[in-house]
Design a protein around this ligand. Structure first.
Ligand code: HEM
Length: 397
């Protein structure tokens, strides 16, 4: 076996924008729980690269999601999670807050959004295909679709949707100036407080109205209502927008797959699952801190030590996905980790899947000749972002 020194710095830069760095494959083989250092502050961290170990960590309550805990591998300045931000909390608060909205993401309520979602997709396609080619598919589809869907879920009035879109794009843009993001966050908080007050006075059939009822029963506080809604906006935006961008690029690079979707939209669920696995956009990985000494993959991780579950590596683990680098929607279904695993597994995954399953067949039905308008080498990839994808995707039809 080749000798292997763990990476000096995490994340390891990609050598090919369509695949995780090859070093992760070597780590999975020879050093699946590897010591490394975070690129931004040099703090020590364990890298978890195998699928089985990833599941073990993510389902183990001894690994905390609380960013404010000592030793948490937080990339940003550590701030305690704001009220309602349950993605960064542990039980019992995580359990209470997730429970407040879990019913909204069950099969039936999500299916009820399908007609509205189909209408949004057709409207965006009318605009893009009615305009000049080439067009940037990120601006035309990938950014507006998820926000309009969240508006539908929350019941944001039509007249406010432009404002809502602008807010989400600035808050979700890691490269925007921190001051500007804070100003927009404050504007959004004010807006959501007004919307919540309106729904308290005149309840509708929407998520915010139902959260207000829970607030009235003292299950959640006023601030938590605003925090939960903000979390949904953010969690339901950058991930899916980038999945649309990079997934569409993969379909353009594999015309047989795109043609298959056009002829048989019933293929969409399989294609979507394989694209989620192959192009795992959570590039920075899922972070946790051990609250007790734990054994993972034969190593002891001490209380207070940080771990990064490299989900893009786990999704290319050949022990679970034979020939993992091949894009093959007909591989036997196995659990990929694009939506995480365990307690914090993505709450919006049904809605995310529905968006992709509706969008891609419609896109190739409406624009059967869709193609990249620039050589692949000129596509600007998001190589240094938390969430992988493309900044722009110039297409013609
Ligand atoms: C392709 C799109 C998406 C991807 C790849 C994705 C991925 C993820 C992942 C990996 C986690 C787990 C984080 C962790 O364990 O630390 C997560 C959590 C979460 N996601 Fe998503 N997500 C997507 C879309 C959405 C959408 C559309 C929504 C809602 C509108 C959403 C809402 C959430 C929420 C609320 C959580 C926190 C769950 C918890 O902490 O219990 N996500 N997502």
């Amino acid at each position: 076996m080749e000798s292997l020194s763990p990476p000096d710095s995490y994340p390891v830069p990609r050598t090919d924008p369509l695949h995780p760095a090859p070093q992760y494959a070597r780590l999975r083989e020879a050093c699946p729980v590897a010591p490394s250092r975070l690129d931004f502050d040099g703090s020590d961290v364990w890298l978890i690269t195998r699928h089985a170990d990833a599941c073990a960590v993510l389902s183990d309550p001894r690994f905390s999601s609380d960013f404010s805990r000592e030793g948490f591998p937080a990339r940003m300045t550590v701030r305690p999670p704001g009220p309602g931000t349950f993605i960064r909390m542990d039980p019992p608060d995580h359990t209470r807050l997730r429970r407040a909205i879990v019913d909204e993401f069950k099969r039936r309520p999500v299916e009820r959004l399908r007609p509205a979602l189909e209408g949004i997709v057709e409207g965006l396609l009318d605009e893009m295909l009615g305009g000049p080619a080439p067009a940037d598919l990120v601006q035309a589809l990938a950014l507006p679709l998820p926000t309009l869907v969240v508006c539908e879920l929350l019941g944001v009035p039509y007249g406010d949707r432009d404002f809502f879109q602008r807010c989400t794009q600035v808050i979700g843009d890691q490269s925007a100036a921190p001051d500007r993001r804070q100003v927009v966050r404050d504007e959004l908080r004010g807006y959501l407080q007004r919307l919540t007050a309106e729904r308290a006075a005149r309840p509708g059939d929407d998520l915010i109205s139902r959260l207000v009822l829970r607030r009235d029963r003292s299950e959640v506080t006023e601030d938590e209502v605003v925090g939960i809604v903000t979390l949904l906006m953010i969690a339901g935006f950058e991930t899916i927008a980038n999945q649309i961008g990079i997934g569409t690029l993969m379909l353009l690079l594999d015309p047989g797959l795109a043609e298959g979707l056009r002829r048989d939209p019933g293929e969409a669920p399989l294609v979507v699952e394989e694209l989620l696995r192959h192009q795992t956009v959570i590039d920075y990985g899922l972070r946790r801190v051990a609250t007790e000494d734990c054994e993972v993959g034969g190593r002891t991780i001490r209380a207070g030590e940080g771990v990064v579950v490299v989900v893009s590596s786990a999704n290319r683990d050949p022990a679970v996905f034979p020939e993992p680098d091949r894009l093959d929607p007909h591989r036997p279904p196995r659990d990929h980790l694009a939506f995480g695993y365990g307690l914090h597994q993505c709450l919006g995954q049904r809605l995310a899947r529905l968006q992709l399953q509706v969008l891609w067949p419609a896109l190739f039905r409406r624009a059967p000749g869709l193609r990249l308008a620039v050589p692949l080498g000129e596509v600007p990839f998001r190589t240094d972002m938390f969430v992988h994808g493309v900044h722009r995707l110039p297409v013609a039809w």
